[in-house]
Design a protein around this ligand. Structure first.
Ligand code: LLP
Length: 425
């Protein structure tokens, strides 16, 4: 379900016509539906109502503090992968006891920040990291809650860039070796072993890889418990896929049922780290057509959003539906929808059958609520675009468009360069 729909041939978000927002905010911009975000969060959360659990939204998917606040208000936590994401979560008012910290490259200052904040646990990805966390906790007179992120070596059947649970991936600790690692962790005075975690990949469109991973973790947990360890949390990561085009992804209730069936009598609190399934289809990118042109081979629709705004098509060859925001559109053509960036890889859609767009038309690039803005950059010195949240018949700019001044914030010209007069040619 999502709240982007047509009324009299015009695309609306909830009770707000998108063209009206474009008129006030300018283009391009990201647009999110508050109602859809809440709905997706609730559906996921309620699917696990029979077991103790925390839904920690993966901030990497969408880290705007207003968006995080929506989930925090719903009782959610946040999955972070950096000090910056922790800062955002704290600004949004998260309960630190609902924050889990993942990632292979945590730095000392980030670890210390998380310890000071009092997060629930670190998902530890190597034995060196474990020792560094212990040292940091010792220095601060604290005890760090941890889970080892084990790599269950299952194939999630997804794009190679976003599969993470295979031996060849950099993530986690080999499941066979993890038992030994837990024994080591036990000897560390400033470490409190709280659980086990895993994350197998993203945009996973089948339930079976999750079940396989869970089966392997269950075995591990049984061993650990026999060893006398109190495993209180099982973090199953994120990764549930969504429909971008024709793919069918399991409904969260189907995923939940499979997980619950596979983990009967586990007696622990489950942690989930969904990102895409909550935010992906709750957001779109709105862009304006600048020019159209054709040669013997191709039609091009040049729009004012580029790969710096939405990099997924260029990076993963991902599919995002292209829709009209206003107007009927004429016949259909096959075209590349391209941005203003000076790279051939700068496209939002390639060889796509779309209705004929004209200069000035508004276009919606669908399913852009996750890994859209968060992966955007200032490449070609383009200011990052605004993020807008619609709630019913109102809209709120939750991040302003960056200005030229924003672009050079923090840059300085050293004095020795200022002293050098420009060469006369
Ligand atoms: N937890 C961990 C440890 C993760 O690494 C990720 C995603 C998630 C949770 C959330 O996964 P989700 O539920 O959103 O699938 N930029 C790529 C996706 C990279 C995902 C990385 N990790 C894309 O645009 O498709």
């Amino acid at each position: 379900m999502n709240d982007f729909h047509y009324r009299d041939g015009e695309l609306w978000c909830e009770e707000t016509p998108i063209a009206r927002i474009a008129k006030e905010v300018g283009t391009p911009f990201y647009l999110y539906s508050d109602r859809t975000l809440k709905h997706h969060f609730r559906v996921f959360d309620e699917a696990f109502k029979d077991v103790p659990h925390i839904v920690c939204f993966a901030a990497k998917a969408n880290s705007n503090i207003a968006i995080l606040k929506i989930f925090i208000n719903e009782g959610g936590g946040v999955d972070i992968v950096s000090g910056g994401e922790l800062y955002r979560a704290m600004q949004a008012g998260v309960n630190p006891e609902k924050v889990v910290y993942s990632g292979v490259g945590k730095k000392v200052d980030e670890i210390e920040y998380a310890l000071e904040a009092g997060i629930l646990l670190f998902n530890v990805e190597s034995s060196q990291e474990l020792r560094v966390i212990n040292e940091c906790a010792k220095k601060l007179g604290k005890v760090a809650g941890i889970a080892l992120r084990v790599n269950p070596d299952v194939d999630p059947g997804t794009h190679p860039h976003i599969s993470t649970g295979l031996k060849k991936n950099k993530f986690g600790i080999d499941i066979q070796r993890s038992l030994e690692e837990y024994r080591e962790a036990r000897k560390l005075e400033h470490i409190d072993i709280k659980g086990v975690s895993c994350h197998i990949g993203s945009q996973v469109t089948k339930v079976s890889p999750f079940v396989d991973a869970l089966d392997r973790l269950k075995e591990l947990i049984n061993f650990l418990r026999k060893d006398g360890l109190e495993i209180r949390y099982l973090d199953l990561g994120g990764g549930l896929g969504i429909t971008y085009d024709q793919e069918t992804a399991p409904h969260p209730s189907e995923y939940a049922k499979a997980m619950m069936d596979a983990s009967k009598n586990m007696e622990c609190t489950f942690i989930f780290e969904p990102g895409r399934v909550i935010a992906g289809n709750a957001g779109i990118l709105v862009t304006e057509v600048l020019y159209t042109k054709s040669n013997e081979e191709k039609n091009f629709v040049v729009v004012d959003a580029g790969m710096n705004d939405l990099i997924r098509p260029s990076l993963y060859n991902s599919y995002h539906k292209i829709q009209r925001v206003t107007g009927e559109g004429g016949d259909e053509i096959v075209a590349d929808v391209v941005g203003p960036i000076c790279e051939s890889g700068d496209y939002l859609a390639k060889g796509r059958k779309i209705s004929r767009f004209e200069r000035g038309d508004l276009m919606a690039v669908m399913s852009a609520g996750a890994y859209g803005f968060t992966m955007s950059s200032n490449y070609n010195s383009r200011g990052r675009i605004p993020e807008v949240l619609v709630s019913d018949d109102r809209f709120h700019v939750i991040r302003k468009r960056e200005t030229y001044a924003d672009l050079i914030r923090g840059e300085t010209i050293p004095d020795y360069l200022k002293r050098t007069a420009s060469k006369q040619v």
